[in-house]
Design a protein around this ligand. Structure first.
Ligand SMILES: NC(=O)c1ccc[n+]([C@@H]2O[C@H](COP(=O)([O-])OP(=O)(O)OC[C@H]3O[C@@H](n4cnc5c(N)ncnc54)[C@H](OP(=O)(O)O)[C@@H]3O)[C@@H](O)[C@H]2O)c1
Length: 494
């Protein structure tokens, strides 16, 4: 039976349910900016089972490719440019799955065009862009279009069940340590993938590792600021001739954090995960692809449950420490498991008298029975289908499941990425500098930074080039009012 359920979930998730739903007259018409790889999983298939969503248009840089994509996915309108989608009055909302370096610009353009926006993660190239986007008056206005960073995993009942388990420990206390990991097997991505291009704001921390970072932040709560203790990266391998291809690209990131209240967190992500087969010679097995589950694990502090006065006859004290592990926060619909392990300790003074474990395993393909949300949600809904449900609920002004990612959270996530990146790589993801002549230092208090200006060597900086300086981010704003973009870059601190 479990196998049948598994196959049904996997089939419905990948292909869609066997029956197509009738679309309502007031369905939200979504336009796709880019004929991206992720859209079928993230929007096109989920929309098939949603009566209030129609994927109505697509635009790609190459119109022929857009036409082929539209034909394959039954998308009625093909536009020549992304802007044409924004100018199309029949489109209500857009899905932006462009390279990260284009998220800020196209999200802001979309909001200016009055479209609701489902914006791929990470929301922007850096925190400065994120603040400008999510704090923009057009985004914060009461009747503003909906803008959602697509951290889809958060919308699934498995993640929410895991979170409620770690946030409501039966004996009180809080999580003291959290770890999260995510890997892609070596060879899964093409060598020219957007993730391996620095000018497109690629890299592991900006892509795969945004998940573990987001997961640990969710577990510790948004009030806990993550201070980076250590961050290490593995760069993109050098080319066959020994030259560095994209020296600023990290393919693996490991980072350790401590919060102000001394809770700790660790993350690990790898875009080219391979090797480690002890039974094979390391010299040729290191590049063999390897699989590891996405996983998030939260460990509570030790809690005293029975003291000497009210508990054990032999004068010992009873402590419990809970570890909750979610296996596969990324694709929980296919398979996941939540392990709850309670480690009990009996201690008499300094002496450990006895220890034992109690373990439970939980699955949450839907909200708990009796929860009204379980009547709408289906076991075969993917994280993306759950996300689409809540995106639509928000646009329609309905309460929905209660799960949401607001602008403050998206900004905090980008700040955590920036801080990790600065402490590790002494650089940050930058935007293109469009018109060098039009920029000046914006704030009076930045006067003391004037000496850096000659170092930027504006005369020699070509328009549309990408600049990286170390190690602090400054933003340079256009002197003339213009829509886009502000340039952000790093300068050596003086
Ligand atoms: N939520 C998730 O689970 C998930 C999973 C994967 C990716 N993502 C995110 O989704 C976004 C897209 O990822 P993807 O894997 O779908 O990427 P992709 O298909 O390789 O690229 C997405 C689109 O970017 C456009 N593009 C515009 N300028 C480009 C340039 N200079 N070079 C290359 N492409 C350019 C292309 O549009 P045209 O069609 O116009 O050529 C392409 O269709 C990224 O932000 C990524 O982090 C999210």
């Amino acid at each position: 039976m479990a196998l049948v359920d598994f196959m049904k979930r996997a089939y419905y998730a990948a292909v869609g349910p066997p029956t197509t739903v009738k679309k309502r007259d007031d369905a939200i018409r979504i336009g796709l900016l880019g004929a991206s790889k992720i859209a079928p999983l993230a929007v096109i298939t989920p929309a098939k089972s949603h009566s209030e969503v129609i994927v109505a248009a697509v635009a790609a840089r190459d119109r022929k490719r857009a036409r082929q994509y539209a034909k394959k996915h039954n998308i009625p309108i093909v536009h020549s440019t992304y802007q044409d989608i924004l100018d199309d009055p029949s489109i209500d909302a857009v899905y932006i799955a462009l390279p990260n370096s284009l998220h800020y610009e196209w999200a802001l353009r979309s909001v200016q065009a009055g479209k609701h926006v489902l914006l791929e993660k990470p929301s922007c190239s850096n925190a400065e862009e994120a603040r400008r986007l999510f704090e923009h008056p057009l985004v914060t206005a009461p009747d503003a279009p909906v803008l959602l960073e697509a951290f889809h995993y958060q919308f699934h009942p498995a993640w929410q069940t895991f979170l409620s388990l770690v946030h409501h420990l039966p004996w009180g206390g809080t999580v003291e340590h959290v770890y999260s990991q995510q890997f892609l097997p070596n060879g899964y991505l093409d060598v020219d993938d957007i993730r391996f291009q620095y000018a497109l704001s690629g890299g592991c921390l900006m892509d795969l590792a945004t998940y573990p970072l987001s997961c640990v932040r969710q577990v510790l709560g948004r009030r806990e600021h993550l201070n980076v203790v250590e961050a290490r990266h593995r760069p993109l391998p050098v080319a066959a001739d020994g030259s560095e291809v994209e020296p600023q690209i990290d393919v693996e990131i490991k980072a350790t954090y401590i919060t102000d209240s001394e809770k700790t967190a660790k993350i690990r992500g790898d875009l080219l995960y391979g090797g480690g087969f002890s039974f094979l010679p390391a010299s040729w097995s290191h590049s063999l692809p390897r699989f590891k589950w996405p996983m998030t694990e939260a460990l509570s502090g030790e809690i005293l449950v029975d003291g000497q006065d009210d508990g054990q006859d032999d004068g010992s004290s009873h402590f419990v420490q809970r570890k909750v592990t979610l296996w596969n926060h990324l694709l929980p619909t296919i398979y996941h498991r939540i392990d709850i392990c309670d480690r009990h300790f009996l201690r008499r003074g300094e002496e450990l008298v006895k220890t034992w474990d109690e373990v439970q395993y939980i699955k949450a393909y839907n909200w708990p029975e009796g929860d009204v949300r379980s009547q709408t949600y289906q076991e075969w809904w993917t994280t993306w289908r759950c996300q689409l449900e809540e995106f639509v609920n928000r646009i329609k002004g309905r309460a929905g499941s209660g799960v949401w990612i607001d602008g403050e959270e998206s900004i905090a996530q980008m700040e955590a990425i920036d801080e990790t990146r600065i402490s590790n790589m002494n650089s940050i993801n930058v935007m293109k500098l469009e018109d060098t002549a039009a920029y000046q230092l914006p704030f009076p208090e930045w006067d003391n930074l004037q000496p850096i200006t000659p170092r930027l060597d504006f005369d020699r900086v070509k328009a549309n080039s990408t600049l990286t300086f170390r190690p602090k981010l400054y933003s340079i704003m256009p002197t003339q009012p213009q829509t886009f973009p502000t340039a952000f870059f790093l300068c050596t601190e003086v």
